[in-house]
Write a protein that binds this ligand. Sequence first.
Ligand code: AP5
Length: 221
Amino acid sequence: MTDQTMYVILLGPPGAGKGTQAVQTAERTGLLHLSTGDMFRENLRNGTDLGNLAKTYMDKGELVPDDVTIRMLLERIGRDDAKAGCLFDGFPRTVEQAKALDVALTEQGDEIAVTVLIDVSNEEITRRLGGRVSCATCGSVFHEIFNPPNADSPCCDSIKMIQRDDDKPDAIANRLQVYADQTEPLVEYYTESGKLSTVNGEQSPDAVGVDLLAALQAVSS
Ligand code: AP5
């Protein structure tokens, strides 16, 4: 589907299913999946200064400061493997980040093709994040009820599941407030530029994926 260069943003509240959809969509389209949350967590695992700094914000459900996040993301999209396009998951999260991304893409003669908002209510998000677990070995994401790990899998068995520190109730509530205050204005930002497409995130993951691919196909020629 993507012989052309294509930059796509997955927008939505914490727990909307951005990561779940990004993994599947990247496999189907060949687009590079870039998650700023994953980049911060990888830095933390590697014990870098950036990772340790990010942790102080992430554990509370706050955003990592724009200057740090923008620098990290722009460095990443400057690498060769991002030149054919990317699927952004968790970036941008503020209008300042969105503007910085627009400037960087314009400088290289590109632009955002579409921003897909995965629309999910706060009640559903609280249910999803409270049950989210991931495999300590490979990082695959599951949900204790909606998408349970395979008890027979040699890698992702239920004993090896871990919970993210920011999926504790206090942090979830703060992340939802931070989303409303700092990230939701992006809905208007991308609506005004004619780049917003909305999918219903309260369907099965497969059904959301079908709608997401349709939104990408609508802007690819
Ligand atoms: P990040 O890692 O980006 O977290 P997030 O946006 O809060 O999103 P999540 O990963 O929690 O959820 P998701 O939408 O990917 O949902 P998932 O697919 O996992 O960011 C973490 C932190 O890093 C931030 O709080 C911030 O501190 C920092 N950060 C990151 N980017 C930043 C930036 N740009 N600027 C500043 N700071 C930044 O699904 C959730 C659960 O639901 C799973 O259990 C899944 O199995 C289940 N599920 C998924 N889809 C469905 C479905 N359709 N039906 C039922 N269950 C489903």
